[in-house]
Design a protein around this ligand. Structure first.
Ligand SMILES: Nc1ncnc2c1ncn2[C@@H]1O[C@H](COP(=O)(O)OP(=O)(O)O)[C@@H](O)[C@H]1O
Ligand SMILES: [Mg+2]
Length: 285
């Protein structure tokens, strides 16, 4: 549904609408297509999953949304967030949206933090910048969030450098930082792929728990259909830079139309009749 259609039908417009997003390398000789006309829409408060094999363009779609693509590519199309085309706004306006209204949780949390500053310094900077708080209340907010995401010793994590944390601790800290300014949309790019299976389950439960408490929309990026089947409301399947199929999780899992979706389903053990929601309370080590 486009923003104009939403006005006509009286339905709420989508929170994020990506239209005909095309990304290609700007090589003068032979440009390589990375995203080939991606269209997707994400509604308020849903969990939207983008799945597909490694290299198909999931991360590039998210980075294009935030205007964070590398400089060696050209981009076409529209990225409309809350009615505003993010591709047409000034860099300083985009900076206000990144981190404040759209947060991204990166795949490798440890390397996504700046290694030369403590977790606390980085969290306080984000909070001070976006919420115009002074350092003392920003510090209190950061420590509260580190406690809320279930870290047993928030003070230690606050004062630690990224390399001093385990993968699971760093991922939790990244989630805390992502949520620190109350974003409407959280993009979680393969948030569990670098973790062991127990920690993976905990992180998924944590995301669901925080989504319930904070009411944000979750855009989950994954190559793991079994994970996505547990928590997504809507799923889009990506292959070779295109969305080949999308729809409600229940329909897509029960009646996949595309041969590639069928293949993905056949490769993982899912109870296709019953996509479950993981809504159990968080238990954290
Ligand atoms: N800086 C870049 N320049 C050119 N191509 C890139 C760049 N970064 C990624 N790509 C290519 O874009 C494609 C999609 O990458 P990506 O979005 O990271 O895949 P996914 O997240 O689905 O694993 C890949 O073929 C990758 O090689
Ligand atoms: Mg990726």
């Amino acid at each position: 549904m486009s923003v104009n259609n939403a006005k006509v039908t009286g339905q709420a417009p989508p929170l994020l609408l990506i239209e005909a997003l095309r990304v290609e390398t700007n090589s003068p000789v032979e440009p390589v297509t990375i995203l080939d006309g991606v269209c997707l829409q994400i509604s308020n408060n849903e969990t939207f999953a983008l799945i597909g094999e490694s290299g198909c363009g999931k991360t590039m779609t998210a980075l294009a949304t935030l205007g964070l693509l590398p400089i060696n590519v050209r981009t076409y199309g529209a990225v409309i967030f809350q009615g505003k085309n993010l591709r047409n706004i000034a860099e300083q306006d985009l900076n206000q949206i990144r981190g404040r209204h759209i947060a991204m949780i990166f795949q490798h949390a440890k390397s996504a933090f700046n290694p030369t500053f403590t977790i606390g310094t980085q969290m306080v900077e984000v909070i001070c910048t976006h919420l115009q708080l002074r350092k003392i209340p920003a510090r209190a907010r950061a420590l509260d969030l580190l406690a809320e995401i279930g870290l047993p010793d928030p003070d230690f994590v606050f004062n630690a450098y990224p390399h001093q944390l385990s993968g699971g601790m760093a991922q939790r800290a990244m989630i805390a930082m992502g949520l620190s300014c109350g974003p409407q949309l959280v993009i979680a790019d393969e948030p569990t792929s670098a973790l062991d299976s127990k920690t993976q389950r905990e992180i998924v439960r944590l995301l669901r728990h925080m989504q319930k408490n904070y009411g944000f929309t979750l855009w989950l990026i994954s190559h793991d259909l079994a994970l996505v089947a547990k928590i997504a409301d809507k799923i889009a399947v990506m292959k070779d830079g295109c969305i080949i199929e999308s729809g409600s999780a229940a329909t897509l899992l029960q009646k996949p139309r595309h041969a590639y979706t069928k293949l993905l389903l056949s490769q993982c053990k899912i109870n296709q009749a019953q996509p479950q929601k993981t809504r159990a309370p968080v238990t954290v080590r």
